[in-house]
Design a protein around this ligand. Structure first.
Ligand SMILES: Cc1cc2nc3c(=O)[nH]c(=O)nc-3n(C[C@H](O)[C@H](O)[C@H](O)COP(=O)(O)OP(=O)(O)OC[C@H]3O[C@@H](n4cnc5c(N)ncnc54)[C@H](O)[C@@H]3O)c2cc1C
Length: 509
């Protein structure tokens, strides 16, 4: 796919900070993420070798073909192997498994209790609660799964802390906390006083907060590559560096045919069922394009600073995010670094995933600025890495799963930047759909599955990306002003509220 034009300098942060470059000269996009480099470096040669997951050439036949080797595709394949042994499954991945966001995300494993009001708004109370509970159950399977399969993904079950980092963010969690109390799940998401927040981590920017004890963090690439290893051990065929260019239905109920390309040439894979697990890349497929806006998210990683973490009291390993719409999210690593991400990236155009998703210095700087704002005392700490990736935002701000007309192509998309935990659930849902067992697994009847879960369509291009860019500028200006204790410009404030006023589940009130 073609790249977007080069990114213009960001007026807020990109240009001319000689001597005060928060990125310390690190440039995103030059190499794979720290997480993935770390994981690949420790992989046994026989697993890392191209022969373990060869490019597809010629023709092959399977029962289920899965497009995309991130968490969604890998969990789906493993669930099929577990629930329907003997099913022939192949994964087709244009890069390497975990080469996409599954190998470079922030590693937050979070539930949906903080989003309960919008889940209730969309699906009603009983179904919303059932969905949030199922996601918690999925999270609870992660530790045992890693232990059983010898996957060391640095899972740390220390919870998730949302903080207010500006007066405008105060009590952002109040409605969700009240909703959890009302449905008898008060322990899942509870408000913290400023002192209780400070007992977990000290920042001059932090005020009150809320805590989700059932959440965790992981080393994301270790999980993705661990899933790949186990999939190979289960006999699942994986074809890396193999791009699916399209599919066509066979005549008279014959198999579907996926057309692929790789450096070694074209290939064809016939399958009875297909699962599309291509996350943000799905926005380029006609079937999904109108339901997704692609957006970039960037992370910066510090040098190891365990002593400095102790100074600010951040020793409990909880993941932390503020309550901006363009949120900052930070977590610590096993070797005492901080990885801090910023959601203030850019909207893409028409499903193209190009350099702005990986090489945007302005967005990486915004993440680094967030680190300094949260923890000014760490201003001298070196940034050692920075990287970005695409997220797939839909109008509901949560994923949906379903089957295209014809009943043989299934999909799971729209994670909206929160897919680590939901993809575990998604793999189970998609496995049930692809093997005709939807009636046997209760998660296939969750309200996030099927036509009723379809999010509203966004306007067609170019209006979609123009609208997203105008919204982004407005929300950044609004939230920057709120961070600085200034009154947001009126126009920016009004535009930032437009999506909600138009009935969307996106953006602030
Ligand atoms: C910087 C960043 C930070 C994030 N932080 C968090 C976080 O802390 N917590 C959280 O829950 N979520 C986070 N996310 C989101 C999370 O990473 C995703 O929701 C999750 O990884 C989705 O998994 P997936 O398997 O659906 O998609 P992906 O990991 O994107 O996998 C899709 C795969 O499909 C492949 N593909 C695409 N098109 C084709 C094709 N035509 N043929 C073959 N293969 C194809 C891609 O190469 C890719 O590997 C973050 C995302 C980013 C970018």
């Amino acid at each position: 796919m073609a790249d977007e034009p080069p990114v213009s300098p960001d007026p807020n942060t990109a240009a001319g900070r000689d001597g005060d470059d928060p990125l310390d000269g690190v440039r995103p996009g030059d190499r794979r993420s720290f997480w993935l480099r770390e994981t690949l470096a420790s992989e046994p040669p026989e697993l890392a070798a191209a022969a373990a997951a060869p490019q597809l050439t010629g023709s092959a036949r399977v029962d289920v073909a899965i497009v995309g080797g991130g968490y969604t595709g890998l969990w789906t394949a493993l669930r099929i192997a577990e629930a329907s042994p003997g099913t022939r499954v192949a994964i087709l991945e244009r890069d390497i498994c975990g080469g996409g966001p599954s190998g470079r995300n922030g590693g937050f494993v979070t539930g949906w209790w903080d989003e309960l009001p919008s889940l209730i708004d969309r699906f009603g109370e009983a179904d919303a609660v059932r969905t949030a509970r199922e996601l918690d159950k999925a999270i609870a399977t992660l530790g045992p799964w890693c232990a059983t399969h010898g996957v060391d993904a640095s899972l740390r079950e220390a919870g998730f802390l949302q903080v207010s980092a500006a007066p405008a963010q105060d009590d952002a969690w109040a409605a969700a906390v009240a909703a959890c109390e009302r449905v008898g799940e008060a322990d899942r998401w509870r408000a913290l006083t400023p002192d209780e927040v400070a007992a977990r981590v000290r920042s001059p920017a932090f005020r009150g907060g809320a805590f989700m004890p059932g959440a965790a963090t992981i080393q994301p690439a270790a999980l993705a590559r661990g899933l790949r290893r186990v999939a190979l051990e289960r006999g699942i065929a994986i074809h890396e560096r193999t791009r699916v260019r399209g599919w066509s239905a066979g005549s008279g109920g014959g198999p579907l045919t996926l057309r692929t390309s790789s450096r070694r040439g074209a290939g064809r894979l016939e399958a009875d069922q297909v699962v599309i697990a291509t996350n943000a890349w799905s926005a380029a497929w006609r079937a999904f394009g109108r339901r997704l806006v692609t957006w970039s998210s960037y992370i910066v990683l510090t040098e190891p600073i365990p002593d400095r973490l102790a100074e600010i009291g951040w020793t409990g390993s909880e993941g932390i995010a503020d309550a901006r719409f363009t949120l900052h999210y930070g977590r610590t690593t096993a070797d005492g670094r901080i990885a801090l991400g910023g959601g203030g990236g850019r909207a893409g155009f028409g499903g193209r995933i190009g350099r702005p998703f990986t090489h945007d210095i302005g967005s990486a700087r915004r993440a680094a600025d967030g680190l300094r704002r949260w923890f000014p005392s760490l201003h001298d700490v070196r940034i050692e890495d920075a990287w970005g990736g695409p997220i797939d935002i839909d109008d509901d701000h949560r994923p949906w799963f379903g089957t295209l007309p014809g009943d043989r192509v299934h999909f799971g998309l729209g994670y909206s930047g929160n897919g680590v935990a939901p993809a575990i659930l998604g793999g189970r849902i998609l496995a049930a759909l692809a093997t005709g067992r939807a009636n046997d697994d209760e998660v296939a009847s969750l309200p996030i599955v099927g036509d009723g879960a379809t999010p509203r369509a966004f306007p067609p291009e170019p209006f979609r990306s123009i609208g997203a860019r105008v919204f982004r500028e407005a929300i950044l200006r609004r939230e920057q002003a709120e961070d600085d204790g200034r009154r947001p410009p009126r126009l920016a404030h009004a535009i930032s509220r437009l999506p909600r006023r138009l009935g969307s589940h996106l953006g602030p009130e």
